[in-house]
Design a protein around this ligand. Structure first.
Ligand code: ADP
Ligand code: GLC
Length: 477
């Protein structure tokens, strides 16, 4: 049995802006099921959705500031969550990264540096909790200073650093390094310095005992300039401690047979009921209710990573095809505007909801026939897994975790019943459009379509296997 401290900046259902929260809300549960003693640590943001008892357990002083540690649990589990409570930093409205007006927190470096310092105190058993972890599992740049700060302690626990996205590195001007009072010995090119900037993610990459990322394909891709954002050299130098472990999904939360947010639950044996979710979604989205027209869906942060520009380039042609489209997302304001404009011009074809809406996300997964994920890069991606579980066929670009979790519907995979989706290679609109046309042809062949749906729904995306791989890593170090 290992004692594991899982440090992250978001965890579902307490707080979520993207897939990291899904992982942080489900991997620790899977590790607890494997009889590991695991605690999650995260900042006590004002906007946390606290449904369970929360109580004070300790106070620590770091960088001349007091921080309280509060304890709660992940709902429906016995996984303890420690909340780093520092009202002057985390007690204001906004999300983990943006203030109420949608601008990045001005003091974001200081916020996460303080969080990391408290994690270090817990790691070193100096937080009066009488509990010392064997392993600290850090996630993304917000926790990158933990391995860095632990490197100057003696007898510190081992560290694993998981990269969920290389595009976010926590880079700040050199002056921030002294503003946030980091120890001078960390400032060097083998430390947190990156071309005269302070890089939080480098703290994780330079000083951790193991580096992982969330799919085997992305683990290879980030060693190339196209995906490494300048850190490909460091990552390929570290290849012997770098590996890819594919994310699992929360099978309880995303289960079409028991999903409380959808109109009509269904499973692999009652797949004919899926269409009830389609017609309710069409009605809810003010689209013509039509069982047979192929309904496409997308749920996404609207950022460059997700290839929304490729989809935008296809829309002029798509509106002339016999299909409908339901889109949910938020992010880049100009993309939001363009999508809304298409919805205004083609209300019978396209429905767009700008914002974050979890219930609608479930209704889209259940209601649409085809899910679009044309990502330019995708470390893992979760929606393509949710889609497969809901018998919704994903169209994905063959990159990162999308390449690792979809079996393209080609003659061979169709004949041996392994096809679960449609994938395309090049990041251009022609390739996406061709994939869309391919999906529509397959959709019109009802027997084949059902075969793909059944293979997709049968796929095992549970966490168990991946949790065991993490455990093996913890044991190694
Ligand atoms: P990323 O973390 O890069 O955004 P993932 O595919 O790993 O991508 O995870 C995204 C998660 O966030 C999924 O659970 C998805 O359903 C959810 N999500 C994204 N945008 C929205 C939205 N606008 N409303 C509801 N859920 C959303
Ligand atoms: C990141 C990635 C996404 C991944 C998620 C969880 O947000 O963009 O691909 O699924 O982290 O690991």
């Amino acid at each position: 049995m290992k004692k594991i401290l899982f440090a992250c900046s978001e965890a579902h259902p307490l707080i979520k802006t993207g897939g990291l929260a899904d992982v942080a809300g489900s991997l620790p549960r899977a590790l607890a099921k494997l009889s590991q003693e695991i605690r999650i640590v995260l900042p006590n943001y004002q906007s946390l959705n606290k449904t369970e008892d929360v109580h004070f357990i300790s106070t620590v002083r770091v960088d001349n500031q007091d921080a309280n540690i509060l304890e709660t649990v992940l709902p429906n589990s016995n996984v303890k969550v420690w909340l780093v409570d520092c009202p002057t930093l985390f007690g204001t409205p906004g999300n983990p990264y943006l203030d109420e007006s949608g601008n990045p927190w001005e003091n974001i470096a200081y916020r996460f540096a303080l969080f990391c310092r408290v994690v270090v105190e817990i790691a070193m058993n100096r937080a009066h909790l009488t509990w010392q972890p064997d392993v600290i599992h850090c996630n993304d740049w917000q926790t990158g200073l933990v391995p860095a700060l632990l490197s100057i302690e003696s007898n510190s626990p081992s560290t694993v650093f998981t990269i969920h996205n290389m595009a976010y590195q926590g880079m700040f001007p050199e002056s921030t390094f002294s503003d946030i009072h980091l120890p001078p010995q960390l400032w060097n090119p083998n430390g947190v310095e990156f071309h005269n900037m302070l890089s939080f993610i480098k703290g994780g990459l330079s000083y951790s005992n193991r580096i992982t990322t969330v799919s085997p394909t992305y683990a290879l891709e980030i060693q190339l300039p196209e995906f490494g954002y300048g850190l490909e050299g460091l990552l390929s130098h570290k290849y012997s401690i770098l590996s890819g472990i594919i994310n699992g999904m929360d099978l309880n939360q995303w289960n079409p047979a028991e999903d409380k947010s959808i109109s009509e639950p269904y499973d692999i044996n009652t797949l004919e009921k899926k269409v009830i979710n389609k017609t309710s979604l069409q009605a809810r989205s003010s689209l013509p209710v039509n069982k047979s027209v192929p309904l496409f869906g997308l749920i996404s942060r609207l950022v460059e990573q997700k290839g929304i520009d490729l989809l935008l380039d296809c829309l002029d042609e798509m509106v002339n095809m016999p299909l409908q489209l339901v889109l949910l997302g938020s992010g880049d304001k100009s993309v939001e505007q363009k999508l809304l404009e298409y919805a205004r011009l083609y209300p019978k074809k396209i429905s767009v909801t700008i914002g974050y809406d979890e219930a609608l996300a479930h209704q889209i997964e259940a209601g649409v026939d085809i899910f679009l994920m044309p990502s330019r890069f995708e470390p893992c991606g979760l929606n393509q897994m949710y889609s497969q579980r809901y018998g919704t066929i994903p169209i994905v670009r063959e990159t990162g975790g999308l390449a690792d979790t979809i079996e393209d519907a080609l003659p061979k995979s169709l004949s041996n019943n392994t096809a679960t989706g449609i994938s395309f290679k090049e990041a251009n609109y022609g390739a996406l459009l061709e994939a869309i046309k391919r999906a529509m042809l397959l959709y019109n062949d009802k027997k084949t379509w059902k075969k793909i749906q059944v293979s997709a729904m049968k796929k095992d995306f549970s966490w168990e296997n991946s949790a065991k791989q993490y455990l093996a890593l913890y044991e190694e170090i």
